[in-house]
Write a protein that binds this ligand. Structure first.
Ligand SMILES: [Zn+2]
Length: 286
């Protein structure tokens, strides 16, 4: 599942390739992924162009040159955005089906064709993602649904500590809650807890100030480093240039069940927490 660093990597890659290009044609193969009528969606986008791509948490926001609308794209679990031109094949998102397959394929549900014959495919194996046009003036309503975000101005120590007050949930569940902190998912939350030296199943409201400070610093550090490394690739990630993100070389606990901890040589544990596979070291995390 794409998390903040992976979606940011897609945003940067697409920004370098599709801005200002005229959209000649929009094909919708699966209407259920588009949260507008097919007619509105194609009418607004055809003969228009993308002028800027923003991101909040894991949500991409495409600004349009003409009209009063914005396009939202959320990849959720298995969405892919694949940009294809005569020279390039650039992909971001889940890596199944492999991007080297002929395009479009049976998972290509929405296709944008640009005037220079390049195309942007929205592929989605399990179809949890969506595309939606909203009015520009409703952008605030969307943004209000997201919490503070690592790397943004609102990610301050004061804002951060406040979200732990009276939260009777495990630390991991709090960090995964997009309404409180935007953009974190399973991989980075496990890595943040390890770096902070805290067990992900600790009660959020019982953490001491000193411990909160460690989580705050670890969150900032891990997300910045993951963006710099273009995210993480295991079986399911590619960046927009069809390269694997290489943060995977820096993972300390995620995906390492039963392996030796790099710090204490103990064994990495895996439990189920907040509905997710959760990795940690019993010695290093208290
Ligand atoms: Zn350890």
């Amino acid at each position: 599942m794409p998390e903040l660093p992976e979606v940011e990597t897609i945003r940067r890659g697409l920004s370098a390739n599709i801005l200002g290009k005229k959209i000649n044609r929009v094909q919708i193969k699966k209407s259920n992924l588009v949260r507008n009528t097919d007619r509105l969606f194609t009418t607004v986008l055809q003969n228009n162009s993308f002028s800027k791509i923003d991101r909040i948490g894991k949500l991409l926001i495409f600004e349009l040159k003409k009209g009063d609308k914005l396009l939202l794209v959320h990849l959720k679990m298995t969405g892919q955005l694949i940009y294809s031109s005569t020279d390039d094949l650039l992909a971001g998102g889940h890596n199944w089906p492999p991007v080297s397959e002929n395009l479009p394929n049976k998972f290509s549900h929405v296709i944008f064709s640009f005037s220079d014959d390049s195309r942007l495919f929205y592929n989605d194996l399990r179809q949890f993602g969506y595309l939606q046009l909203i009015k520009k003036k409703d952008r605030r309503l969307i943004e209000a649904k997201f919490g503070i975000e690592p790397g943004q101005k609102n990610f301050t120590w004061n804002n951060f500590r406040k979200i732990f007050i009276d939260r009777k949930t495990p630390l991991k569940a709090l960090l995964l809650n997009q309404k409180l902190i935007a953009g974190l998912g399973n991989i980075y939350v496990d890595e943040i807890c390890f770096r902070a030296g805290l067990r992900p199943d600790r009660n959020a409201d019982k953490l001491k100030e000193k411990e909160l400070k460690k989580i705050f610093k670890a969150t900032d550090y891990i997300i910045k480093k993951a963006i710099a490394k273009k995210g993480t690739t295991f079986s399911d990630y590619r960046d927009v240039e069809n390269k694997k993100g290489n943060f995977s070389f820096y993972l300390k606990v995620y995906g390492r069940k039963g392996e030796q901890c790099f710090s204490c040589q103990g064994k990495i544990e895996k439990i189920k927490l907040a509905g997710r596979g959760t990795h940690f070291c019993l010695n290093c995390q208290k």
